[in-house]
Design a protein around this ligand. Sequence first.
Ligand code: ADP
Ligand code: MG
Length: 469
Amino acid sequence: MMPNRTKTASNDAATGAGALQELRSRIFQHLRRGHADMCRHWFDQIDVVAVDGANVSLLMTEPVRLSYLQRCCIPQFTEAACAATGRLIGVQFVAERGLPAGLPLPSATNAPVAPAEALFDEQMPLSPDYVFETFVIGPNNRLAHAAGQAVSWKPGRAYNPFFVHGGVGLGKTHLLQAVCQDILGRNPSARITYTSCSTFMDVFHEAVRAGRMHEFRHRFRNADVLVVDDIHFLSKHEQTQEEFFHTFNALYQAGKQVILSSDAAPSDIPDLEERLVSRFNSGLVARIDRPAYETRVEILRTKAGLHGLRLADDVAAYVAARIDSNIRELEGALSRLRGLAMAEGAPITLELAKQALADGRPADRAGNGAPQMTIQQIIEAVTRYYDIKLSDLMSKRRHKSVALPRQVCMWLARKHTRFSLEEIGGYFGGRDHTTVMHAVRTVGDRAAKDSALSNDVERIERSLQSAPD
Ligand code: ADP
Ligand code: MG
């Protein structure tokens, strides 16, 4: 491999750097092979800076990423380092070049090295995946996103409190963490307390039990920004609600920012004191809805990109059309897809996507015991019948060749599923309910006069009714 012996022997420093580079690439090769799911595109920025008998030292200067590596990635990196060196060796992640590799390893639960992170609640660390750059904006979350950005530019002065609500897996935690990381990016010494509501409650009960309320108050009332995820858990907990009310007031009066997320709007959280409801409503309340088809496609692309993957258009279109419940399920599908591609050593094609999603078919929301069609089945039947591409059907194209099949889909969805007009519109690239209504009327009217169209529709319906599931 080394073309020139003299060069190798004569330049020790250069050989050292070269050897570290080579070790680095071998470690990452093993990681990508064995732990593709864990790998992120920013792993490119990790350097191997030292190696001694006991440890390989890896450098990451960005504090949230460093903390994530220390918490979540040591076993996988250790395995890769052992495979790459052929020795039993440990790994350590360091924040600075030149830190001797022999220093004790930070334990997984230790507070990270960076000063800003030292104030974090250890139990709720931030994820480097949850930043604004990876948050896809769509009609479903536009307001929440814009407000989140405004809050991170001017904490305490834009919207206070900032209250985000929405169903599971729709991006509340992602948005909250993006705001935290954005504030820290601008002002690394900002004191951010980011916690889940259940941690807040646990710490409160522990403080009461141990007679350490003073510490508790110090901890939660001295933040510049208090972020509590899933605040609906306060429901029914009167004593904690009382304490939270005072925490809220102390911060609010001091002009500090409060950010909350919940699965329901303030007034819909059961058994929440009226005075808290009115506090929560007094700033900006933003709802996150389910993402429309186009947003789902974009999210899939972004998530794939995070793992250094490019999804073909037809694959993204297929998965996004197939899974519409929440984004966590979309990610699950992507992960299944990656797993299957790895296992078969095959590229991610539409065929593979169909195979990967064959089981785990999402439940039919329209179901009431009677066999029901899903929009997905309708779409498949219509694209097959008219021989058009799924991505065209979902696109904004208005050409007759796709506009009519799209309208037929909407008409069938209206007739055979229980989705609302809005939901059907959301399915077809975020079209609003008036578009769906128009489509339903057009197909109905035209089919009454035009026997070719009514034949087409009947044949599609028959093919759907005789479908195996
Ligand atoms: P919630 O807290 O509302 O239950 P999360 O924030 O945990 O939901 O989101 C679930 C998953 O979906 C996360 O992996 C998150 O990154 C992803 N996700 C949600 N919304 C978006 C979005 N707009 N863009 C990109 N990813 C998103
Ligand atoms: Mg959450």
